[in-house]
Design a protein around this ligand. Sequence first.
Ligand code: FAD
Length: 290
Amino acid sequence: MVRVEDMVFEIVEDSLIVMKGVRMNNMYYLIGSSVTGRELATSVDSTRLRHLELSHSSIDLEMGAQTYNLKSSEHFDVSKKTPPDDPIKCVSGLVDCTVTNSYGAFSDQATCRASAAVYPTSENELINIVASATKANRKMKVATRYGHSRPNLVCLKGNDGLLISTKSLNKVISVNKTSMTMTFQSGILLRDLIDEAAKVGMALPYGPYWWGVTLGGMLGTGAHGSSIWGKGGAVHENVVGLRIITPAEAREGYAKVRVLDEGHPDLDAAKVHLGVLGVISQVSLDFMFP
Ligand SMILES: Cc1cc2nc3c(=O)[nH]c(=O)nc-3n(C[C@H](O)[C@H](O)[C@H](O)COP(=O)(O)OP(=O)(O)OC[C@H]3O[C@@H](n4cnc5c(N)ncnc54)[C@H](O)[C@@H]3O)c2cc1C
């Protein structure tokens, strides 16, 4: 239930908000100046309901740092707008795990199991993980922060494999303003990648419209925006370097780093990797000025 008094929206029961706005110059402005409720207490002076679709069937509510998409119906439950959980769930600690995607089920409804999960934070940790798993003849797959693919690409054959999550591999490694390139750990979210690039005056020409995907996941599936201008709309068109950790012979320490720079004959083949060419540790992208 919502009480509206003196231009204040107050949620007095549950978390349902009835939005009322006026439209001016294709922009909706919230009538009222603050919204409060069990899950939310915020002042929303001049909150804008951004007009999204020409059909007027959908609008965005920009509230602080977050944007909520609303259908033109006026019902909106703020309490449900939380990010999906980690797709990896373990029975105890980091052993005896299952993995799913952000929808909670793969397209074939399979439950995928692994005997353990690891969360490396650096390339060195990644190398050690791949080396010990290779030595133990263990299968490995890479999972991401949310796991947005519907197909079960991340599933391992059998129940005794190892899931390597890139959740904590989410940092900027280097920035080169002269060549307009940046290098990232592969688990960085598209949202953070865009923000970090913007801080140094750079921008990706295109990307998927959903920013909860990771750099490694986008490359793995050939994720793209919607234009063929310039190099085209796919994120992998902007890749100028990859560092991939793969299993190796015992004499090489059971793991090695494969560095594919621009011009390397394997770079094009490795960009859209489907998660089967090793663990992508770092990715270098070229950017443009916004
Ligand atoms: C709401 C929504 C909107 C979308 N919009 C678009 C869109 O506009 N355009 C588009 O093209 N796609 C779109 N997609 C699809 C999305 O781009 C793909 O599902 C993307 O691959 C998901 O990325 P992820 O980081 O969640 O990767 P995941 O789904 O977790 O992983 C994908 C594959 O890559 C592998 N992988 C991930 N990281 C690594 C790594 N570091 N090393 C090795 N293997 C790795 C995984 O093992 C898996 O095989 C959308 C998806 C959603 C849910």
